[in-house]
Structure formats: structure tokens, C-alpha cells
Design a protein around this ligand. Structure first.
Ligand code: GLA
Length: 396
């Protein structure tokens, strides 16, 4: 967590002012994939990888955004009506600033420095974390505090409209609402949520295939369009249907003939994945970790065979996980087409699991994966300078 230790110092050296620092966590989704934009259920948890934003106000209306991970800075005049995406990392914070402005938050100019600990393209939601950390930093600077649900919506809108990825609300929501030791069962229609405790006996381990995923190009937007197509067809039969959330398995099977094979497969994944999330939540509530793990395995098969968003490396990582001792369940997590798997493993086998999967994955692919035992973390928040100093000391 290098960013936590030096971001304030780096900021002072660059801008000659004392910043406020905010951080927003990445996430893993335990189950409920590609259900959020279908108004269904998801169960993510925030993880202890963060995006950090240091900020101080400027006298003018200019936003100067730097990142220690990228050479080019972005500068925009907040009053300009000519701000366009540049197809680069700064579209995330700039898009958020525009959304806040549109929502009536009286933004002022600022210098910002961004640092990310979350590996990019790993399916751990570095994009949502940069959006959320920026949104909190910019909003709090004005003394204006939109509520967290509204902030999540604004960040999602920035990604949909400015960045061009039609993502759902899961990632932004969990980055703002995460809670230590808990996953969150979220109803993406009502945005009601319930915190579900992660049992002591299990560890959650992410395995990054190192195959980068990308939500802007690729199949993500196409999957979303296929779901919308399924809804259009089924609505002709049953006009009350607003999203795949409203479709039962029975209705889908009865009208399978009205859908193309692809559309049927996508819809079948979503309908059954929603059921799996509710079942998994019940399993966690009753401490039935085995049942939870089975749901994860089914979810992976469905994402691989029906939704077709897995890839050879993710499948391999899951197969290798399933061969290890002490594994309850393994599946791809996030949008897919690369990125990471999430694994639920008996606590005492966590180390051997990480070692064995790393070496067998490397043997098979020649790629060194990144494997982390992750702790369910708190949602985005300002970071006290004393906390930054504390962490800096620990690392010396
Ligand atoms: C990405 C998106 C989320 C969600 C997942 C798939 O992470 O940002 O909104 O759709 O993919 O579950």
C-alpha cells in the first residue's frame, strides 16, 4: 500500500499545499455476475486495495489531475462546455466531475493527485474506485455531501456516459458501502441492501490471471444489449416485464421459442444467477459454507457456457483451484474476458492454496499470477493524516 504512505508528501512536493486525502476500495463479487444491469441481485464485498486521491482547492475553476501511474496530467476548465473524453485514465475523474456539476454540486477548481493500489484490468474494479474516491474528494471540498446512494449513481452515470462502458451499479455501490468482515447482498432494483457476515472459518482469495479485461470495448456492452433484446421479446408476450429481474424460469422456458439461442442462453444465466445469489445469501446466514461454494461453482459454469464471458485462463485458474484441498468454491469474478477468480477456501488451507495454484498456473501458461488473500474492507472515506503517518511508519 505504497500510495497510502507517500501520497500526501508527493502532493506537497508537486503542488506546494497540504492536501486532504480520500480513499475508495476495489471489490470482489462473491456471486451475482451480470445481474446488476438486469435489476437483479449481487453479493460483492469491498477489498483492502484502494484508489487514493489527494486534493486541495485552487483559486480558479480549473481541475488539474495527475496520477503517479501515468505520465500525462489532465487539465480541464470546469466552466467549459467543450470537455470531451480523451479515451484515457483521466476520463474517469473528469466524467465524475461533470456528473457532479450536472447534479448541481457547486464545484470549485482543484489540484488532484491519484494513486491506485488496485491492479488495473484485474476485474477488481479499479475504475469504480477512482470514480468514487474522486467524487468524495470533489464533493466534500464544496461542503456539499450528496448521499452515498446518489454518489454511486453519479459515478455509474459518469462511466456510462463519459467513459462509454454501460456498467451496472454494483462496483460503485460497494466501494461506497463496504463494511469490514462483511459482504453486501444488494437488490439492484430497489438498492436495498443487507450486510452478510463472512464466516471466520473461510478466507477469500483472488487469483489474477494477468489477462487484462476491458469493459469499454469487447463483449460487455454487447451482453447488455443481448439482455435488452431478451426483455423486448418477452415483453411482447407479457407486457409487465421491465427487465430480466421480472422473468421466471418457467416463463423463460415456456417462451424459449420466441428467443434466438444466444438470447435464451443469456437470459437463462441471469434468471438462474439471481436465484443463486438469494440461495447463497441464505447459505451464509446459516453458516453453510459448502452450499455457498456450490453456488459459486454453478455460477462459473453458467458464465462460461451460457453467458460466455469467461476465457481459457480463467477456466484454467478455476480448474486448478478446484483440485486443491480445502476449497469450498471458485469462480471468475467481475465482468470477465480476463481478470481474476475469487475462491472461498478453508482458512487453514489458504497458504497452500495460494502456493499450489500459483505454481500450477505458471507451469501451464508461463504467466506468474497475482494471488491475494483479501480482507473485506470498509467503504470509501477520508483518511486522516495521522493514519497516513502511522502507515508510513509501519512500512519503514
Ligand atoms: C463489471 C461492471 C458491473 C457488473 C459486472 C458483472 O464489474 O462494472 O457493473 O456488471 O461487471 O457482474
Amino acid at each position: 500500500m505504497r500510495g497510502s504512505t507517500s501520497i500526501a508528501d508527493e502532493f506537497r512536493a508537486k503542488f506546494g499545499a497540504n492536501p486532504r486525502v480520500y480513499r475508495a476500495p476495489g471489490r470482489v463479487n462473491l456471486i451475482g455476475e451480470h445481474t446488476d444491469y438486469n435489476e437483479g441481485f449481487v453479493m460483492p464485498m469491498a477489498v483492502d486495495f484502494y484508489c487514493w486521491v489527494a486534493i486541495s482547492p485552487r483559486e480558479d475553476q480549473r481541475l488539474v489531475i495527475c496520477s503517479d501511474g501515468f505520465p500525462d496530467a489532465a487539465e480541464v476548465e470546469l466552466n467549459s462546455s467543450e470537455i470531451r473524453p480523451r479515451k484515457t485514465w483521466s476520463d474517469y475523474p473528469v466524467g465524475v466531475a461533470l456528473q457532479l456539476k450536472q447534479a448541481g454540486v457547486p464545484l470549485r477548481g482543484a489540484n488532484m493527485l491519484i494513486h491506485g493500489d488496485i491492479p488495473m484490468g484485474a476485474g477488481l474494479s479499479s475504475s469504480a474506485a477512482i470514480e468514487v474516491a474522486t467524487a468524495l474528494a470533489l464533493a466534500e471540498q464544496t461542503g456539499h455531501f450528496p448521499d452515498r446512494v446518489q454518489l454511486a449513481r453519479l459515478c455509474q452515470k459518469a462511466e456510462n456516459e463519459f467513459v462509454g462502458a454501460r456498467v451496472g451499479i454494483m462496483d460503485q455501490f460497494i466501494s461506497l458501502h463496504g463494511r469490514k468482515n462483511h459482504a453486501l447482498l444488494l437488490d439492484c432494483r430497489s438498492l436495498h441492501f443487507e450486510l452478510v457476515a463472512i464466516p471466520e472459518c473461510a478466507r477469500l482469495i483472488t487469483c489474477n490471471t494477468m489477462v487484462k479485461h476491458d469493459l469499454v470495448s469487447g463483449g460487455y456492452n454487447q451482453r447488455r444489449a443481448e439482455c435488452e433484446e431478451a426483455v423486448r421479446r418477452l415483453r411482447e408476450i407479457k407486457p409487465g416485464i421491465r427487465s430480466l429481474r421480472d422473468v421466471t424460469l418457467e416463463l423463460l422456458e415456456r417462451h424459449r421459442g420466441s428467443l434466438s439461442e444466444i438470447t435464451y442462453k443469456r437470459a437463462l444465466h441471469v434468471v438462474k444467477e439471481n436465484e443463486r445469489v438469494l440461495d447463497a445469501a441464505e447459505a451464509l446466514r446459516t453458516g453453510d459454507v459448502e452450499r455457498f461454494g456450490k453456488g459459486m461453482a454453478e455460477s462459473h459454469r453458467s458464465l462460461r457456457d451460457l453467458y460466455e464471458v469467461s476465457c481459457a485462463e480463467l477456466d484454467l485458474m478455476v480448474d486448478q483451484a478446484n483440485r486443491q484441498e480445502g476449497v469450498y468454491g471458485a469462480r471468475m469474478t467481475g465482468g470477465g474476458f480476463g481478470g481474476s477468480t475469487i475462491n472461498l477456501v478453508k482458512s487453514r488451507f489458504a497458504d497452500s492454496f495460494a502456493e499450489n495454484v500459483a505454481s500450477s498456473y505458471q507451469k501451464e501458461t508461463g504467466i506468474v499470477p497475482q494471488i491475494d488473500v483479501c480482507a473485506p474492507a470498509e467503504g470509501a472515506a477520508p483518511v486522516a493524516l495521522s493514519e497516513l503517518r502511522e502507515q508510513a511508519k509501519k512500512q519503514e
